[in-house]
Design a protein around this ligand. Structure first.
Ligand code: PHE
Ligand code: CO
Length: 287
């Protein structure tokens, strides 16, 4: 997320979408997708949440090559009404939220180079599709994402985007979920990352704390390395009820009075799932 407002490139439509131009992908580009897909699927077998694995199956993401957005959207919209549209990369916040509020997920169409398999600064089509789209076939998560888009438009009006963006970060991008078999991944930033999909579940460095809406909206995050803390939900119903069905206006007002928390903070009111050692050598600074 956190797309910066720039001038709309001339080749984009008024809603900033562009054709995916699927026929232009080269063999090499499809091969990069296939390598990423194979590697990640293996890693995620018993790490991804059940809804993600079902989504991969329903959407037939195991078909070879970079998915065609139009075909993918046909399958996805039959389940939850969501579609996937291509954008040049950066879109203004308002455009991003407007798409979400209308059940359109905006995705980059470019794919990383073979030498960037492990790390990439900007989200590419592998992160956007493999990471985000499977969960959009889950009816409850699908509703959450739409409500988030509506909430984003409201946060823009209330000047509260910095707080709301943290909710996206710690759920949609880096969320963990407690399933009967144990902790599982549902955040797209983890699911599409070779290193972090193990780190987030198994490393002793990060804190893992029970999800709490106000706590999350107070917490800064790292954009340049693995997270120092993750928040754990019980199920998507809990997430949906606490967010869609709450009026954030008074919460934003209260947040203005509360100090922000560091990414590695643990406070007395936290419900600790596992307390981290923070021994991982983090690079850079946090935002
Ligand atoms: N209900 C929130 C509000 O009143 C909007 C929201 C919905 C935010 C879902 C996040 C997720 O602003
Ligand atoms: Co993302």
């Amino acid at each position: 997320m956190a797309k910066t407002a720039t001038d709309r490139p001339p080749e984009t439509a008024s809603d900033w979408t562009i054709p995916q131009d699927w026929v232009s992908y080269t063999h090499q580009e499809h091969a990069v997708w296939d390598r990423l897909y194979a590697r990640q699927t293996e890693l995620l077998q018993d790490r991804a949440c059940a809804a993600f694995r079902q989504g991969v199956e329903h959407l037939r993401l195991s078909d070879k090559g970079i998915p065609n957005f139009a075909e993918l959207s046909e399958r996805l919209s039959k389940r939850t009404g969501w579609r996937v549209v291509a954008v040049p990369g950066l879109v203004p916040d308002e455009v991003f939220f407007e798409h979400l509020a209308n059940r359109r997920f905006v995705a980059g169409r470019f794919i990383r180079k073979p030498e960037q398999l492990d790390y990439l600064q900007e989200p590419d089509v592998f992160h956007d599709l493999f990471g985000h789209v499977p969960l959009l076939s889950d009816p409850v998560f699908a509703d959450y994402m739409q409500a988030y888009g509506e909430g984003g438009l409201k946060a823009l009006r209330l000047n509260a985007l910095e707080k709301l963006a943290r909710l996206y970060w710690y759920t949609v991008e880096f969320g963990l979920i407690a399933e009967p078999e144990g902790l599982r991944l549902y955040g797209a930033g983890i699911l599409s990352s070779f290193g972090e999909s193990r780190f987030a579940l198994e490393d002793s460095s990060p804190n893992r704390l029970r999800f709490n809406l106000m706590r999350v909206m107070r917490t800064r995050y790292r954009i340049d390395d693995y997270q120092q803390g993750y928040f754990v939900i019980d199920d998507f119903d809990e997430l949906l009820r606490q967010t869609r069905d709450a009026d954030f206006t008074p919460l934003y007002r209260e947040l203005e009075k509360l100090p922000d928390l560091a990414p590695d903070a643990v406070i007395p009111s936290d419900q600790i799932v596992s307390r981290g050692s923070q021994q991982h050598a983090y690079r850079g600074k946090f935002q």
